[in-house]
Design a protein around this ligand. Sequence first.
Ligand code: M6R
Length: 591
Amino acid sequence: MCGILGYVGLDNAVDVVHKGLEKLEYRGYDSVGIAYQQNMKVVIQKEKGRVIDLAPLLKNKNSNIAIGHTRWATHGEPNKLNAHPHCSNTNRFIIVHNGIIENYQKLKVEYLSGYDFISQTDTEIIVNLVELFSLTMSINEAIRKTMSLLEGSYACLILDKKNLNCIYFFKDKSPLLLGIGKNGITLSSDITGLVGYAEQYVALEDKTFGIAYANRFYFYDIIGLKLEPNIKSVQVSSSEIDKKTFTHYMLKEIHEQPLMIRSILQKYFIGDEVNIPLKLINKMRKCDKINIVACGTSMYAGMMAKYYFEKLCSIPTEVFCASELIYSTPLISKRPFFIFYSQSGETADVLAVMKKMKKQKFPMLCITNNTESSMGRLTDFCLDIYAGKEIAVASTKAYTAMIVVSSILARAVSGVRTNLKSNLKGVSLAMEKVLNNKEICLGIAKDIVNEKDVFYIGRGMDYWVCLEGALKLKEISYIHTEAFPSGELKHGPIALIHKDTPVIAIITQEGTNRITRSNLTETISRGAKGFVISSKGLSLPEDTFIIPNVAHYLSPLVSAIVIQLIAFYTALLKNNDIDKPKNLAKCVTVE
Ligand code: M6R
């Protein structure tokens, strides 16, 4: 994880890097640091804490060049010592690094025996290797030699005190973009870090290194051959990353969902015809099994997609947790098709599986919010979920967008005409109605905020939303929350129910309505505090939140808003840092 940012040019580099790091903070936020040039010397400022904590140290500082880092600790606890930038032993080179060097201990012993190490990070190895090799080689060669030894993932920026007009950069597996602006060059872990300072950008390929000056840049491959950059235009605007009138990004992103559905419809429908590339549809029609690979919320969206592919297209589908699949490859069918779901398109576990399957030449599709990401670039086919930038660590709109796009894709592959488009418009209206009654979720939050455990129960699709509800609640409220298929309670988990344990049942499916209610009653008889989120046609007057009716296979899109709001308000009542919950990061680029 971690975010890195560098700038060289006419604007104040200290400001550019500091503001850019704020945008990258979702990638990690336990410590922060910046290095900049002042009177031909390099000044380094670090803090344990947030990007904002650096502000007093950077007031009125001006520079043509700077590099910075916001950290999610991997090697070494989050403290000032381990915060980046790090220096080489003679202080000639200064580095920021995103990624993990797996063989750093070995390299330390083999090459750097006389060197001192101040921090517990793997990063100091990189910068000292560059220094060591630069004693006998040019800097370019020293970096290439260093890259050839590193195992793991890295995106690095380096300043050389002897030449403070340029930034050296190199990467493998971790993302890095180079932004081209009128006044200078920006380097960033993602595109938001470039907004405002670059109109065009280049996404670096793995094992690339280069040099950026204020008005020019050069790319090379690992053997030193000059590369021609593939320049694209920056499409993200600053308004997309503005919180607007909302107090939190998460709340803003929850509210964006009704409109988002309409814009997805505009992208994927021409009139009533689905607009999905025919080549992709044909490829999917030829497969004998769909394998969905993802993590976290994206995996839960994948569960809904499985339902669509099986019910609408009659294609057997299995959902895999990416981090499990890497190390235990299942039996692969004769004509498999892989779909990778990832909001960020950078999740290391998913990317690792993708690379593995790519080697075997299996056809693949990536469904992502970031088509220019590592996954977006690696895949055969890519579908944009058009959720717009999602900044809160807890994913909300990307979840519903993935489900919507999956339903459209399944409809296209099935070739069967349905009223999906008007049904999805109905979902958008239903979501608005839920948002208009959000105080009910605040009421539920008040009832659960002081509890130690919360349980979500449901069956089928409702259970899949429960999984997402439990993930949302635990990650931002820090309350232990589990989801169970309601029928499983009596096989063990019901032992956990004691007086006032909150049990939230989701009931939106006709076939399982009665039985889930009975299961909830069984917990209430044992002291639980029961809450029911039900669809109008299946509701009882005493239910906690009665959501509008929509087509039954789309109801998770509506109940999702309720579980998101419950999590949001519970975290709000606890005064937690909702957009940046502890121990987490938005983009999980380590396995
Ligand atoms: O970017 P991705 O969709 O690949 O991320 C996957 C998970 O890390 C992500 O969904 C995570 O579970 C969220 N924090 C959930 O809110």
